[in-house]
Design a protein around this ligand. Structure first.
Ligand code: GLU
Length: 456
C-alpha cells in the first residue's frame, strides 16, 4: 500500500481503501466483510482525533489475523465409516493476553465465519477489561443427530491437531454454537492425555469438577440482561412487566430468559433453527430446559405440554411477535431490515444482541434512525468470555469462587462496559450510540497496547 499523506487524504478515504483491501485479501468472505465494515465505520472519529493510529498502521495490522490455522479432522462414525471434517482456529490478536474465544461446531462453519467471529472477539475481549487476546475456532462438523460416542471421537480427533497450537498461556478455547460442557469435557480429556499434564486453564466452560467456574454456564445470558437493564434504566425503563421476545433456545437464550423472568419480564417467544413458539402466558423455561438441555429435542415439541402455545415453522417469523424488548440470541444475520421494520412498527423499545452479529448493518441503522435503544453484541454478550477469564484466574490460582462472587463480578463488568461505551459515544460525538462507543473502547485498548509492544 502507498504511503499516506494526511494533508491530502482524508481518514474516510484511508478507511475505505483499507476495507477494499480486506475484500481483496479475503474474497467472498462476506461475514468477515460485514464485521469489518461495521467496525471501520465506527472508528473514523477516533482516527481523526489520533492520527498516530494511522501512522502506525494499527488498523491495517488489527484486521490481519496473527495466525489462521486449518486442519483435517478424520473420525470414524458408528457404522465404521471414515468421515472427514475441516477444523479451524484463528489466532487473531494477542496484544492483551492469550488468544481467547470459543469453538463453533456447525455445518455453516467456514473461513469467513471463523474470521468474523475472531475479529469481533478481539474487541469484545478488550471491552471486558480482562487480559485476554482474541481468537475463535471450530469445524463444519454437525453435532445434530450424532451419537455421544461419535461426538467424542470427533472431539478427540479435533483436539489431536488443535493441541499443537493451544495452551493456558497461549490460546484458550471455549464453547460456542454446538460446543457445550460435554464437548469441552471430551476436548479437555484428550488434551490432558496428549500432554500428560493437568492444565485446567487450557479450556474454559468446563464442568465444575474438571476445573470449571460456577456461573459460567449462565454468564452470557445473564450478562446480556444486565447490560440491557443498564441501557433501559437510563431511559426510565426496565424489564419489569415488559414483554420480551428471545430468539434461539441454546445456552445464551435459556439464561437470558431466566434472568429476564427473574427481573419481572414475560418472555413470550423463543425459537430454534426450524421455527418458533409463541406462548402469550409466558414461555415455561423448565420445559425449554428439558427439551434442549436434557432431551435434545426440537422446540416444536414445546406445544405438546403447552397446548395454549402456538408453533410456527419459520424461525424468522419470531420478529413479527409484538414486544417491548427483543433479544436476538440465535446466530448471525437472523434479524434483517424487514424484521427490523416489523419490530419498529410493533413498538419495540430496545434490542440486545446475545448472539454474535445477529443484526444486519441495514437493520441496525434502521433501529438507530428510529431511536430504538440498541445494545451491540461485542458489548452486550461479553459476559460469557468475561466469566471465562474469571475461570482462567481461578484455575491459575487454584481457588474456587462461589456463584454469588462470580455473579457480582459479572454484573460489575457489564456495568463497566456499558458506562465506558456510553462515555466514548459522547466523547466522540455520537451520544447514546453504543455501536460506535463499544467499537471505539475496544479498539483504543488494543491499539494502544499494540503500539506499546512495537511492530511485531
Ligand atoms: N463463544 C463465546 C463468545 O462468543 C465465549 C467465548 C469464551 O468464553 O472464550 O464470546
Amino acid at each position: 500500500m502507498h504511503a499516506i499523506n494526511l494533508e491530502t487524504e482524508n481518514v474516510q478515504t484511508y478507511v475505505n481503501h483499507l476495507y477494499e483491501m480486506v475484500k481483496v485479501r479475503n474474497p467472498s468472505e462476506v461475514e468477515l466483510h460485514q464485521a469489518v465494515k461495521e467496525v471501520f465505520n465506527s472508528l473514523v472519529p477516533v482516527l481523526v482525533k489520533n492520527p498516530l493510529y494511522i501512522k502506525q498502521r494499527v488498523l491495517d495490522r488489527i484486521v490481519e489475523p496473527e495466525r489462521f490455522i486449518t486442519f483435517r479432522v478424520p473420525w470414524v462414525d458408528d457404522e465404521g465409516v471414515v468421515q472427514v471434517n475441516r477444523g479451524y482456529r484463528v489466532q487473531y490478536n494477542s496484544a492483551l493476553g492469550p488468544y481467547k474465544g470459543g469453538l463453533r461446531f456447525h455445518p455453516s462453519v467456514n473461513a469467513s465465519i471463523i474470521k468474523f467471529l475472531g475479529f469481533e472477539q478481539v474487541f469484545k475481549n478488550a471491552l471486558t477489561g480482562q487480559f485476554i487476546g482474541g481468537g475463535k475456532g471450530g469445524s463444519d462438523f454437525d453435532p445434530k443427530g450424532k451419537s455421544d460416542m461419535e461426538i467424542m471421537r470427533f472431539c478427540q480427533s479435533f483436539m489431536t491437531e488443535l493441541s499443537k497450537h493451544i495452551g493456558p498461556d497461549k490460546d484458550v478455547p471455549a464453547g460456542d454454537i454446538g460446543v457445550g460442557a460435554k464437548e469441552i469435557g471430551y476436548l479437555f480429556g484428550q488434551y490432558k492425555k496428549l500432554k500428560g499434564v493437568y492444565e485446567a486453564g487450557v479450556l474454559t466452560g468446563k464442568a465444575i469438577d474438571s476445573g470449571g467456574s460456577l456461573g459460567r454456564m449462565e454468564a452470557t445470558g445473564y450478562g446480556l440482561v444486565y447490560f440491557v437493564e443498564e441501557m433501559l434504566r437510563e431511559k426510565g425503563l426496565s424489564f419489569e412487566n415488559s414483554n420480551v421476545v428471545i430468539s434461539g433456545s441454546g445456552n445464551v437464550s435459556i439464561y437470558a430468559m431466566e434472568k429476564a423472568i427473574q427481573l419481572g419480564a414475560t418472555v413470550i417467544a423463543c425459537s430454534d433453527s426450524s421455527g418458533y413458539v409463541y406462548d402469550p402466558s409466558g414461555i415455561n423455561l423448565d420445559t425449554v430446559k428439558r427439551l434442549k438441555e436434557v432431551e435434545n429435542k426440537r422446540i416444536k415439541e414445546y406445544v405438546i405440554s403447552h397446548p395454549e402455545a402456538v408453533y410456527q415453522p419459520n424461525y424468522k417469523g419470531i420478529w413479527n411477535v409484538p414486544c417491548d424488548i427483543a433479544l436476538p440470541c440465535a446466530t448471525q444475520n437472523e434479524l434483517d431490515i424487514k424484521s427490523a421494520n416489523q419490530l419498529i412498527k410493533n413498538g419495540v423499545k430496545a434490542i440486545g444482541e446475545g448472539a454474535n452479529m445477529p443484526t444486519t448493518i441495514e437493520a441496525m441503522d434502521e433501529f438507530q434512525a428510529n431511536s430504538v435503544l440498541f445494545a451491540p453484541a461485542k458489548a452486550a454478550n461479553a459476559g460469557g468470555v468475561a466469566v471465562s477469564s474469571l475461570e482462567m484466574a481461578q484455575n491459575s490460582s487454584r481457588v474456587f469462587w462461589t456463584q454469588e462472587e462470580v455473579d457480582v463480578k459479572l454484573r460489575d463488568i457489564m456495568k463497566n462496559i456499558y458506562k465506558k461505551s456510553m462515555d466514548a459515544s459522547q466523547e466522540y460525538g455520537y451520544p447514546g450510540n453504543l455501536v460506535i462507543g463499544a467499537n471505539i473502547v475496544g479498539f483504543v485498548r488494543v491499539a494502544d497496547t499494540m503500539i506499546a509492544q512495537g511492530v511485531i
